[in-house]
Design a protein around this ligand. Structure first.
Ligand code: ATP
Length: 628
């Protein structure tokens, strides 16, 4: 570059001595160096702007550092200073782009300085509203951990609609500084006089609507309307969303007074450019029947990197897959809407902590029914248009917003119902600054949805954009070499085995409850009862559990089943093998599901529940429904 400048000087036709030229050349070079240095510094500043430069409190920076988070993500770079300035903000950024810290960090910082004045208030200073209980728990954990690391005196509570009025009252006594909840629960608190509207008007200084694009589709519009009438004008409102849908626009008008809209360039429109660029996407075309062989090959031959999140479309298929993989020594856990809330959270924690590598998610859409809208009229809901939309959103109800940590690969064992579901599933990898990959097993009857997905990818295609390529690492021979064994084992995973596994998971959850352990210490007879029931059920299982009904078995499975029975008889051990036929091969302690220690009280039959006993989230016995 310096040379160019000197050439230019020459081209101007000036006659100079060699000495003068050398001097000039040196000056130009020096000048260039300075310019280059300045440019580099500017670039670095842009890319590496630190949390300190964003004006973040050193306590928060230290806390982040302890979590190995050193540099802000783009959304954090833009949002944090604005929120610190007190602006209302609508922030749209891809899933996994760090939106939670983008609002939590400035929110906490504001509360650090307000904490002394807020003590006279009768209601929390900050509300964080999310669509599901899982998200509630996730945000609550994140806030609690930051507060602990910062060593500040701030109190945070999470409230769910399933808590009794007295539990809600107890939680709100004080009051806490931060309340994490769903809109439905806040409405309950307001209408039951647990939260006084006047107190809210006086205290509330910041309200966050997280996963805003889901709040309306989850049916919270009326709840939000009920709350907004009590939100004071001076209250700062933040709206965080992964997409820019009509619902977000509606919500913006409903809640925000004078919003500062952050439209990050990488955020698309309804097509939702929300798959991180650092996720490589692959597909494998195969018949539905061959999917088990293919996934076995992928995992057994270690062709995908761990940790792996595997999506199916039903709980039944999830357990089938788990039992199938288990036969090959691949241990996994099933996350599904059937398991009680605390078990799901506990399983997530274990997966995130790296205690096991394969998590199968039954993305069955039922979770929504359990999670949202606790105390409202279902008949009305069924009639509403919203209900239809909720059904669609349920597609990613299990996964949306949940922060699965360090997932390297997402496998679509079954394709989701629609392209939006695909995008949300794939968005579980490549989060933060990580890279990731996805492999979708696509059968002929899933081609329509796959075509939709490809269309979306093509629309977003640019030089460094996403595309879906055939999975290159799996040869036909490799698949064929596993086919015989895989098909043999697949046949042994019967409907009854699947049902037993589901029931067993629920039982484990009951028996491993920490709170129940305390209860059993006080009431040993209750434990005897449960054990007795276990022994009885082992000795004398109901015929429909013991024997696979004929109509469920194809001839090969019947044959296999006979052989297994003969083999058992020959070794004189009818008890060691379980009804599923193979689960007993694995040690309890090594199965992640066996380590559940969910803290909620179980309410097994036989009146074991201690009066007033509470779940870890403050709820009183509500497990019965789940167990049944
Ligand atoms: N500055 C950062 N550096 C590195 N990792 C980060 C940073 N900020 C957040 N993360 C991590 O990135 C992951 C995704 O963050 P987060 O859950 O906030 O994303 P999100 O945008 O809210 O996604 P979603 O829309 O799916 O909820 C989390 O594990 C979080 O700890």
């Amino acid at each position: 570059m310096a040379k160019k400048k000197t050439d230019k000087l020459r081209s101007q036709g000036e006659e100079k001595s060699v000495e003068e030229e050398a001097k000039e050349q040196a000056e130009v070079e020096k000048e260039e160096e300075v310019v280059e240095e300045e440019e580099e510094e500017e670039e670095e500043e842009d890319a590496e702007q630190s949390f300190t430069e964003l004006g973040l409190d050193p306590r928060l920076i230290r806390a982040l550092s302890k979590k190995s988070i050193e540099n802000p993500t783009p959304i954090q770079r833009v949002a944090i200073p604005l929120i610190l300035e007190g602006k209302d903000v609508v922030a749209r950024a891809k899933t996994g782009s760090g939106k939670t810290f983008a609002y939590l960090l400035p929110l906490l910082q504001k509360l650090f300085s307000d904490s002394s004045s807020s003590k006279s208030f009768q209601a929390p200073t900050a509300f964080i509203l999310v669509p599901t209980r899982e998200l509630c728990q996730q945000v609550y954990s994140e806030v609690t951990s930051l507060i602990e690391l910062c060593r500040v005196q701030l109190k945070v509570v999470q409230l769910t609609s399933s808590m009794s009025n007295s539990d809600l009252r107890t939680a709100l006594a004080g009051p806490p500084d931060i309340l994490v909840s769903t809109p439905a629960c806040i409405r309950t608190c307001l209408s039951n006089g647990i939260l006084q509207p006047k107190a809210v008007q006086e205290s509330l200084s910041i309200i966050v609507l997280d996963e805003a694009d889901l709040l309306l589709s989850y049916g919270y519009e009326e709840d939000l309307k009920a709350l907004t009438t009590h939100v004071p004008k001076r209250c700062q409102c933040l709206l965080m969303s992964a997409t820019s849908s009509a619902d977000v626009e509606k919500l913006k008008k409903l809640v925000l007074h004078n919003p500062y809209i952050l439209t990050l360039p990488e955020v698309g429109d309804v097509k939702d450019d929300i798959i991180p660029k650092n996720v490589q996407q692959f597909y494998i075309s195969c018949s539905a029947r061959d999917k088990l062989v293919y996934i076995l090959a992928l995992l057994k031959l270690e062709l995908v990197q761990k940790k792996v999140l595997i999506f199916t479309n039903s709980i039944e298929m999830s357990y089938r897959l788990k039992l199938f993989l288990e036969q090959f020594g691949i241990k996994s856990a099933v996350l599904n809407s059937e398991l009680p809330q605390n078990s799901r959270l506990h399983m997530l924690e274990e997966f995130n902590a790296g205690l096991f590598d394969y998590l199968i998610v039954g993305d069955d859409g039922q979770q929504l029914q359990k999670e949202k809208i606790d105390n409202r009229d279902n008949a009305d809901r069924k009639k509403s248009k919203k209900h239809l939309k909720q059904k669609l959103d349920a597609e990613f109800g299990v996964v949306r917003g949940i922060d699965f940590k360090n997932v390297h690969t997402v496998i679509n064992f079954e394709m989701p119902e629609n392209a939006a579901g695909y995008v949300h599933r794939i968005g579980r990898t490549g989060r933060g600054h990580n890279t990731g990959a996805s492999v979708s097993l696509v059968s002929p009857d899933e081609h329509a949805v796959f075509e939709d997905v490809k269309e979306i990818m093509a629309e977003n295609e640019s030089e460094d954009s996403n595309f879906i390529a055939p999975f290159p690492l799996l040869s036909k021979n490799a698949v064929e070499s596993l086919r015989y064994r895989a098909e043999d084992v697949a046949r042994s995973v019967t409907k009854v085995a699947v049902r037993d596994a589901r029931i067993q998971d629920l039982k484990n959850e009951i028996l491993n409850s920490t709170k129940l352990k305390d209860h059993f210490q006080d009431n040993p007879k209750d434990l005897d009862l449960l054990k007795h029931e276990k022994i009885l059920s082992k000795k004398d299982p109901a015929p429909h559990l013991r024997n696979v009904p004929e109509y469920l078995l194809d001839p090969t499975t019947q044959e296999a089943s006979k052989i297994v029975k003969l083999a058992r008889a020959a070794i004189g051990n009818n008890n060691s093998a379980r009804r599923g036929g193979f689960k007993g091969k694995f040690k309890k302690s090594r199965n992640p599901l066996k380590t559940f220690s969910a803290e909620a009280p179980r309410k097994p039959r036989g009146g074991m529940k201690r009066k007033g006993q509470e779940n870890s989230d403050g709820r009183k016995g509500k497990r019965k429904q789940s167990i049944e």
